[in-house]
Design a protein around this ligand. Structure first.
Ligand SMILES: Cc1cc2nc3c(=O)[nH]c(=O)nc-3n(C[C@H](O)[C@H](O)[C@H](O)COP(=O)(O)OP(=O)(O)OC[C@H]3O[C@@H](n4cnc5c(N)ncnc54)[C@H](O)[C@@H]3O)c2cc1C
Length: 292
């Protein structure tokens, strides 16, 4: 039986595993944290077909149960390197696996503001996940940086916990109309357009931010929601075609390396959603089955 290692257990990786297993190909998911990926960072999902509304945690749990029930092998470890010599070798922190195919489904890591003090203030005022850290700022004034769907979803979530939520947007909001109108109806969300955070004020913790218009705003928490970038150091030994830091694929999800596929948020494409990630996973698995 051919063997495929899927690196990353978000919706893209889990759906790839589902389709591979049903096609009779051995599927092994390697996940460094918990199955679910970025879904675990969102409290409310309203655009995944079949569920009018579901929490990210619930959707992740349903997906992971489904693939576990099918008998997909899941290894909790971090992939450090992938090499190719006759077969692929996937090296993790604790072990190595040889396989016929690799599907890269590692998503993206949050993009930083790159401001002085940002790294040191992690968990002391700076966060990249409102659902994970919002409760630490209950009753306090916080801000979100970003104007997309994720930023406004996080602002709405924080508005139920925090005293006041600023939204700092570089230009204008890009989020969908439903989210924008919900934000407008919240008394404690203040959207500030055409502003950028230029400086963090802090002692032990974050105390305020300075904007490029000169305003200083007192804050206990700053949530950064300006997208992400793939972290693909583990592919350094392979000469893969990339675009803007993302893996380039064809319509079958094949990269420039034969036998290596990329799916979900790690792939260069237009739309980064749960349903598109899941779809990519299915396409990669069916393409592998076709070639096998
Ligand atoms: C706050 C927020 C709200 C969102 N809301 C929605 C929404 O309402 N609707 C929607 O459709 N989309 C939403 N999204 C986007 C959606 O979550 C992503 O598009 C989707 O999860 C991408 O799936 P993925 O499987 O490609 O990657 P991910 O979900 O990022 O999963 C990648 C997995 O790979 C693992 N991994 C990474 N590197 C390694 C390694 N070296 N070794 C082993 N494992 C590794 C990670 O731990 C992670 O579990 C939201 C995103 C955020 C941040």
């Amino acid at each position: 039986m051919s063997k495929c290692v899927i690196i990353g257990g978000g919706p893209a990786g889990m759906n790839a595993a589902l389709y591979l297993k049903r096609a009779g190909i051995e599927a092994i998911i390697i996940e460094k944290d918990m199955l679910g990926g970025e879904m675990l960072k969102t409290n409310k999902i309203e655009n995944y077909l079949g569920f009018s509304e579901i929490t990210g945690g619930d959707l992740a749990l349903r997906m992971s149960r489904q693939i576990k029930d099918l008998g997909v092998t899941i290894i909790k470890d971090k992939v450090l390197k992938v090499t190719f010599n006759d077969k692929f070798e996937v090296q993790m922190e604790k072990e190595s696996i040889n396989c016929d195919y690799v599907i890269v489904a590692t998503g993206r890591t949050p993009r930083k503001l790159n401001l002085a003090g940002e790294d040191g203030l992690l968990n002391r005022g700076i966060s990249y996940c409102a659902v994970c850290d919002g409760a630490f700022y209950r009753g306090l004034d916080v801000a979100i940086v970003g104007g997309g769907d994720s930023a406004l979803t996080e602002a709405l979530y924080l508005s139920d916990l925090c005293n006041k939520v600023y939204v700092f947007v570089r230009k204008d909001l890009r989020a969908n109309e439903i989210l924008q109108s919900r934000v407008k109806n919240k008394d404690n969300i203040v959207v500030m357009k055409n502003v950028q955070v230029t400086k963090l004020g802090y002692g032990e913790k974050l105390s305020n931010v300075i904007l490029d218009n000169g305003d200083s705003i007192a804050l206990s928490g700053l949530f950064v929601a300006i997208g992400g970038v793939p972290e693909l150091n583990f592919l350094h030994d392979l000469d893969i075609d990339m675009k803007n830091g993302y893996i380039k694929t064809n319509d079958r999800m094949e990269s420039s390396i034969k036998g290596l596929y990329a799916v979900g948020d790690v792939r260069y494409k237009n739309f980064y959603q749960i349903i598109t990630a899941a779809s990519d996973g299915a396409v990669a698995a069916l393409s592998i089955k076709e070639d096998d």
